[in-house]
Write a protein that binds this ligand. Structure first.
Ligand SMILES: Nc1ncnc2c1ncn2[C@@H]1O[C@H](COP(=O)(O)OP(=O)(O)OP(=O)(O)O)[C@@H](O)[C@H]1O
Ligand SMILES: [Mg+2]
Length: 282
């Protein structure tokens, strides 16, 4: 079964895409704006005129200066915040699977629940039966390298292990779209590399559509099919860059001349905006 829906649950709108784009589109964002209206403070225009089509099965990374609205965009896609204006449409193909699962930078796992109980959360909410849930939890605990820690509490885990729990919790519900907001930002460089490789192989295996926010250009290049560059706030998609490297990709790709050139090029495109943001555009 295939269907489209807006994250807020409203009816889908027609988007003026060509039939080919229509077939390919997993996430359609059209002319989206988001403004925060804090009490007793001036309104903040976080996003303005955002247009983006994320294709089915695509890994797209979003990079841009701090405060340009990356996390806001992700939360709007997740349905956690409603667009101020504009449209967003997600294609939900299999009603047996949840549409989206988010992973955030802060581990956002519950300290009073064991590893396996944290991983199981989404399955309980979805009413998956006990046997099925047990086997899926075990599969993903193993897959993210946490075997033996099922009964451990987060307080006894390192940061990297906590983030593995958060990843397993997203994978276990087998969503169609993974929404990841700087999931490795709090990890040291080595661990980050290990988890990047694991993520790549899991995503390839399961053909997820991934919307991935990062500050790390080298991470964006290693993981993505395309990179969306955002402008300083109010954020909009400034450029879309195809990443041409074949899969499977190995960490050694970082030494490849074209990779290094692309990283430099990305940085030179971003540099002006990053400097503006650091200078107080927030
Ligand atoms: N709850 C809020 N109320 C008011 N303004 C907010 C709120 N949340 C975010 N903002 C502002 O909206 C803008 C976009 O924030 P957002 O967190 O989406 O940026 P970001 O690109 O994810 O930044 P970073 O790279 O630092 O994570 C920023 O200027 C931020 O200060
Ligand atoms: Mg953010």
């Amino acid at each position: 079964m295939s269907d489209t829906q807006t994250p807020s649950g409203g009816p889908p709108d027609s988007f003026g895409l060509s039939p080919a784009q229509e077939r390919d589109a997993k996430i359609d964002i059209e002319n989206l704006a988001y403004r925060y209206q804090p009490r007793r403070r001036a309104e903040v225009a976080a996003l303005e005129g955002v247009d983006l089509v994320v294709r089915r099965g695509e890994f797209i990374s979003v990079v841009g200066p701090s405060g340009c609205g990356k996390s806001t965009l992700l939360r709007v896609i997740a349905g956690l915040q409603k667009p101020t204006t504009g449209q967003i449409r997600l294609l939900h193909e299999d009603r047996e699977r949840p549409l989206v699962a988010p992973v955030f930078q802060e581990y956002s796992i519950f300290p009073w629940r064991t590893v396996e109980d944290n991983v199981r959360l989404g399955l309980d909410a979805a009413g998956v039966n006990r046997n099925e849930a047990n086997s899926r939890v075990q599969k993903w605990v193993d897959r993210v390298g946490l075997a033996g820690f099922e009964k451990a509490y987060p307080g006894n885990l390192s940061g990297g292990m906590k983030q593995r729990v958060a990843l397993a919790r997203a994978f276990v519900v087998e969503p169609e779209i993974l929404l990841m907001d700087e999931p490795f930002a709090a990890l040291d460089a080595q661990l980050r590399k290990v988890l990047q490789e694991e993520l790549l192989s899991i995503v390839r295996e399961h053909q997820y559509t991934v919307f991935f926010v990062t500050h790390n250009l080298d991470e964006a290049l290693l993981l993505s099919d395309r990179i969306a560059l955002m402008s300083a706030r109010p954020g909009r998609i400034r450029e879309l860059i195809d990443v041409p490297f074949e899969h499977p990709r190995k960490p050694e790709l970082r030494q490849d001349r074209q990779f290094v050139r692309m990283e430099e090029d990305l940085w030179s495109r971003l540099r002006g905006d990053v400097t503006v943001a650091a200078g107080g555009a927030q």
